[in-house]
Design a protein around this ligand. Structure first.
Ligand code: PAP
Length: 307
């Protein structure tokens, strides 16, 4: 154990570091930024996780619609197991039903045993960039990626990280946070590398990687649920469509429903972060207009265009 800790320390010393978003520092590891606790978990995940072709992975950058996509995916895949009126999504936060590799399953040197308690297909969540996905990259498992307009993701992240930051840390001002974001020092970023990594893979292997956009889902969740179900080989039948199953799922997973649930008002998710304050803020498309100056918009637009 001691040896492991010193190896980890040595590795950290060799990596570029910056101020963290929810930790004192974050490190540039395998071409992305994350806190040391996540590095340890990513290494353990890469070493121990053996992907199965039946696995389903919900991937995203933080604050891009992860909670929503986890809920939708869980509801689609398990729709024959649970009654919509007594559904696990009404009593559990989506992050508990679809756990993160790096912030949950493999954190603190844990190595989960998937042989007994995890039914197939097993659903996982991750913010890890595609190139660092270990055995998943060589498997036939399905990955669903959700991408959100970086302007809104940034605003959402700024609110979130200032709420969950360490008490000893001063809050990041909007200007400071924006500058770091535009330089690609966002959590699990640079955001452009993260998005492009999954985007390119979705073009190369469309049967394995589905690339969705938060804004499109927001406009028409029903057609996206159909796409999602078809992609996962769980297509809705005509009878299900007639019976309103898709609408029922979209309603159960909506921001309005999830936000009002007791579990999401009082519970906590990874690292004891309170669900209510952090996961369900506004869920608006275009909320960034209330925060960013024209100069900021110009800067971020340039970054997006260039990348
Ligand atoms: P995470 O990275 O901490 O898991 P994530 O779920 O990816 O966060 O993103 C949170 C954003 O999704 C929040 O956006 P906002 O800050 O702009 O409000 C949150 O409100 C929004 N969100 C959460 N649940 C839903 C949902 N069911 N439908 C649509 N948006 C949602």
């Amino acid at each position: 154990m001691k040896k492991k800790a010193s190896v980890h320390k040595e590795l950290l010393h060799s990596l570029p570091k910056e101020r963290g978003w929810r930790s004192i520092h974050q490190y540039h590891f395998q071409n992305f930024w994350c806190p040391s606790v996540d590095i340890e978990a990513v290494i353990s995940f890469q070493k121990h996780f053996q992907a199965r072709d039946s696995d389903i992975v919900v991937a995203s950058l933080p604050k891009s619609g992860t909670t929503w996509l986890k809920a939708l995916t869980f509801a689609v895949v398990n729709r024959h197991r649970f009654d919509i009126k007594a559904h696990p999504l009404l009593t559990s936060n989506p992050h508990h039903l679809v756990p993160f590799f790096e912030m949950d399953l493999y954190i603190n040197n844990r190595v989960p045993d998937f042989s007994s308690k995890f039914a197939e297909p097993t659903l996982f969540g991750t913010h890890i960039p595609f190139p660092s996905l270990g055995t998943i990259k060589e498997s036939n498992c399905k990955i669903i990626y959700v991408c959100r307009n970086p302007f809104d993701s940034f605003v959402s992240a700024w609110h979130f990280f200032n709420k969950v930051k360490l008490q000893s840390q001063a809050p990041l001002s909007l200007d400071e946070a924006f500058d770091r974001y535009c330089q690609g020092m966002d959590a699990f970023g640079p955001f452009w590398d993260h998005i492009l990594g999954y985007w390119k893979e979705s073009l190369k292997r469309p049967q394995n990687v589905l690339f969705l956009k938060y804004e499109d889902m927001n406009q028409d969740v029903v057609s996206h649920l159909k796409r999602l179900a078809k992609f996962l080989d769980y297509p809705f039948t005509e009878e299900e469509e007639r019976n309103g199953v898709i609408e029922d799922i979209s309603k159960m997973c909506s921001f309005e429903t999830l936000k009002k649930l007791d579990i999401n008002k009082t519970g906590t998710f990874v690292n004891n972060i309170e669900n209510s304050k952090n996961l369900f803020r506004k869920a608006e498309v275009g909320d960034w207009v209330n925060y960013l100056t024209p100069k900021m918009v110009e800067r971020m637009s340039k970054v997006i265009e260039e990348k």
